[in-house]
Design a protein around this ligand. Structure first.
Ligand SMILES: [Zn+2]
Length: 82
């Protein structure tokens, strides 16, 4: 009976651990999806370019990198962002 109780509690413990693990994964995926949505929806009101996409000059080439935070000004036309 005690063994059965221990087995039961272990099962509950593993189940709740997997549930918590799943919650963390779901939360992580949700935040990534929200960021991607925001990155494509948040656009400069003047040049319509995504404000999180910032041009970077590297070895004479113009590359683009994704910024995690919204900059104060548009990286393309310099328009002040709200
Ligand atoms: Zn712009």
């Amino acid at each position: 009976m005690a063994w059965l109780l221990l087995f039961f509690f272990l099962g509950v413990g593993v189940w709740s651990f997997q549930g918590g693990h799943l919650m963390i994964v779901v939360y992580f995926i949700l935040s990534v999806v929200l960021y991607v949505f925001y990155a494509f929806l948040a656009r400069c009101p003047r040049c319509r370019m995504p404000v999180l996409l910032r041009p970077v000059k590297l070895f004479g080439m113009e590359l683009y990198r994704w910024s995690l935070f919204v900059p104060e000004r548009c990286g393309h036309c310099g328009e002040a962002l709200p």
